[in-house]
Design a protein around this ligand. Structure first.
Ligand code: MN
Length: 472
């Protein structure tokens, strides 16, 4: 994969407000009436319009801070935010993963224009409640910054945050980098400093979801996507550096040996995560822009799914290609919640390779539970095409791979504490098949038809007038 690690011009998604302007300019930003309720009503409107329009909510629930939802509701929008064509998203992301660009510190920043030392989250911020059985208001688009106590390198991740009290949040920490740092701090009996950043630019939000190795700072991936270092500022009460042009920062600590009940919360698989003892954060300070905006992500909505899927696709594509150069593309379809089902497009070179690709994919990410491998003539971005390949090129006694009792996602309700089966389906043609057997039918010239040239637009559907004289 080649490509410049530094772009000449900042892509549209490099700025939160710039992206809002861009959406507005393209007729993709709806403005709601003032005073929409933060409980369900805001989410309901966002959900109705997701993928079509982002929504700006002025004075939601009477609050002075406006809320925005649905900023990255379409795959095409993510491509635009990155400044690439849709089919180049994964390549661009992979280049950024390989060429991280470290942040640059500036002495003062818009995100610290206003400082609240006395924290009452419920009053300070317009925090919506999204899904029917959610336990209450959640901060769902907060990018959590923490630092590896061993290396000092920062990490970005989005964790759902239940508002527990005026200055308390209960967080879900899955076994990834933030939890690793927390456990090291907890063993030492110490709290882990955190900053939760709300209203980051779309590219930083995307970078925060990268499947990156420990100590690869996601802000440096964001820098590579920006084509310039992300400007950061030091937090006022801890050594963390946060994006200087974000809207809102919560400075706080994850407390050792403290747990709190969290959930239920509507998650990406379209189910609720159950109520359980989870980690607890104390928020010491809130800093924000004078005219701050609040970003929310609807739990289980398109933006949530796409933000998870695209960085995963980029990582999986890189992993698979390292061993199988015939892998052309991968896709995590929405029907698999953007996590559980993977489609792989393979130019098969050796018989059996489809199954090796399946095994490699399952090794690459534990969340995958179904992998379908298809040939190069199948459009993996259209699930009906993949179904067609399965219907016509797959035989279960020969092409099905089943692995029992492996690690899966804890959020898959059909798995037992995250342990479940893996299913691989090799829907590639046999290499020795006779040439006509799997030759896809096509009408010559279909794609070249110029409809303006061949259709009579003046006929107005009047077939009686348009017909010829017939046989007489
Ligand atoms: Mn990380």
């Amino acid at each position: 994969m080649t490509g410049p690690s530094v772009l000449r011009e900042a892509p549209p998604g490099a700025s939160f407000r710039g992206w809002l302007d861009r959406l507005a300019g393209r007729g993709r930003l709806a403005i709601a009436k003032k005073g929409i309720s933060l409980e369900f009503e805001l989410a309901a409107i966002g959900k109705r319009l997701e993928g079509e329009k982002a929504v700006f909510f002025p004075r939601p629930g009477g609050h002075g801070i406006a809320v925005v939802a649905g900023l990255l509701g379409e795959r095409l929008w993510i491509a635009e935010a990155m400044g690439v064509a849709e089919e180049k998203i994964l390549e661009r992301f992979a280049v950024a993963l390989k060429n991280p660009l470290p942040w640059r510190e500036i002495p003062s920043a818009p995100v610290q224009e206003v400082v609240f030392e006395k924290v009452d989250l419920g009053r300070l911020l317009p925090i919506p409640t999204h899904n029917e059985l959610d336990s209450g208001p959640y901060i769902s688009a907060g990018v959590l910054v923490a630092r590896n106590p061993e290396s000092g390198v920062q990490n970005l991740a989005i964790h759902r945050c239940q508002v527990n009290g005026p200055d308390e949040l209960a967080l879900l920490l899955l076994p990834r980098h933030t939890l690793h740092f927390y456990e090291a701090a907890e063993r030492a009996g110490e709290a882990l400093d955190i900053a939760i950043v709300i209203g980051v630019d779309p590219l930083t939000a995307l970078a925060s979801q990268a499947i990156a190795p420990l100590d690869l700072d996601e802000l440096a991936i964001a820098g590579a996507l920006h084509g310039a270092p992300v400007e950061v500022v030091a937090c006022l009460g801890n050594p963390l550096r946060v994006p200087a042009h974000a809207e809102i920062v919560l400075e706080g600590r994850l407390l050792p040996k403290k747990r709190s009940l969290e959930g239920p919360f509507g998650e990406f698989p379209q189910y609720y995560s159950e109520r359980r003892e989870r980690h607890l954060a104390k928020i010491d300070r809130v800093t924000l822009r004078r005219d701050a905006l609040y970003h929310t992500i609807l739990g289980g909505g398109r933006e949530h799914l796409l933000l998870g899927a695209i960085p995963r696709e980029a990582s999986l594509l890189g992993d698979l290609r390292r061993h199988f150069p015939g892998v052309i593309d991968v896709h995590l379809p929405m029907g698999g919640a953007g996590r559980f089902v993977l489609y792989v497009k393979l130019e098969k070179r050796r018989e059996g390779e489809g199954k090796n690709v399946i095994l490699a994919a399952f090794a690459a990410h534990p969340d995958l539970k179904e992998v379908v491998v298809v040939d190069e003539d199948v459009d993996i971005h259209r699930p009906a095409e993949v179904e067609w390949a399965l219907a016509t090129r797959f035989q279960a006694d020969r092409d099905l791979l089943l692995i029992e009792g492996a690690q899966g996602s804890r959020l898959d309700p059909s798995a037992k504490e995250g342990v479940g089966a893996k299913m691989g389906l090799d829907a590639t043609r046999p290499l020795d098949a006779p040439p006509l057997r799997y030759k896809r039918i096509r009408v010559p010239g279909e794609e070249k038809v110029d409809l303006d040239a061949v259709l009579d637009s003046s006929a107005g559907g009047d077939w009686r007038r348009a017909r010829g004289r017939g046989l007489s």
